[in-house]
Design a protein around this ligand. Sequence first.
Ligand code: PLP
Length: 329
Amino acid sequence: MNKVIYFDNNATTRVSPEVKEAMDLFLTELYGNPSSIHQFGGQVKKHLEEARAKVASLLGCQPEEIIFTSCGTESDSTAIYSALNAYPEKKHIVTTAVEHPAIYNLCRYLERQGYRVTYLSVDEEGQLDLEELEKAISPETAIVSIMWANNETGVIMPVEKAAAMAKEKGVLFHTDAVQAAGKIPINLKANQIDLLSISGHKLHAPKGVGVLYIRQGTKFVPFLRGGHQENGRRAGTENVPGIIALGKASELALKNLEKERSYVGQLRDRLEKGLIESIPNIKINGARAPRLPNTLSVSFEFVEGESILLLLSDYGICASTGSACSSGS
Ligand code: PLP
């Protein structure tokens, strides 16, 4: 294959060598089931709990407030269904019009099941209007779900203020932090977010592992039922190699957060400047809003996004129009 120039890290990332090394042992040597009574299983369980503590450090929460899932999508679904099942009398959801399909399409489905959903709009910069949020929350609202950072524009939403607003009205607040985790600081001790989703494959761990943070004391109803895993909050044998990998990836992300932020941010700004200087009729989306350091979203007037992508692909350059899940639509 020709050299690949990979600009598609919001779709997925490469597993880093340290992460691969950390997980390898759990595919070959330490393959026991963490729920087994024997010492071999117990040894695996110990490592699993260490990984939990590492993810908790990245998020600034207690290890007991985290459950491992199979992906960001499962974490998102679990959060929404938990709120709807915990407060069955409440039939209203507040979210935004720019959520990833993991939330957006779930909400569209729930509308067909009889729930009412308010999709908050964003302005020209991709930013949310908190006044609109304030008006949307009602006594009927079961949950507010607003992404921390948008996967297409990288725009960072004021989720901490939004969470405080929801809390004041006694409503649960969830954030899809799949794109934010590992790229900007997160400290759940310092805010009022009740539920938060992340996904391993967006921060250099493999695909197939995610996390849902559940603030201590939050009413929670499991999504997957059956076994007693994750303290009865998520049934199913744990994806141990994936979890170990996510632990390592979280440790690395936390350690390198500031360095990566400024280095990758500078690279992004240089690319952005180069595009503006050399191509007429382009617009940088979200340029005046706070953005993730790694994300650049550009509109090219008069040209179809998909044809640009195909041409770039011929040169080995990987990029996206919208989220990877929207390809073909
Ligand atoms: N939420 C956001 C913001 C995402 O960008 C993605 C993946 O693109 C997801 C959720 C879904 O995560 P996963 O692929 O782990 O299901």
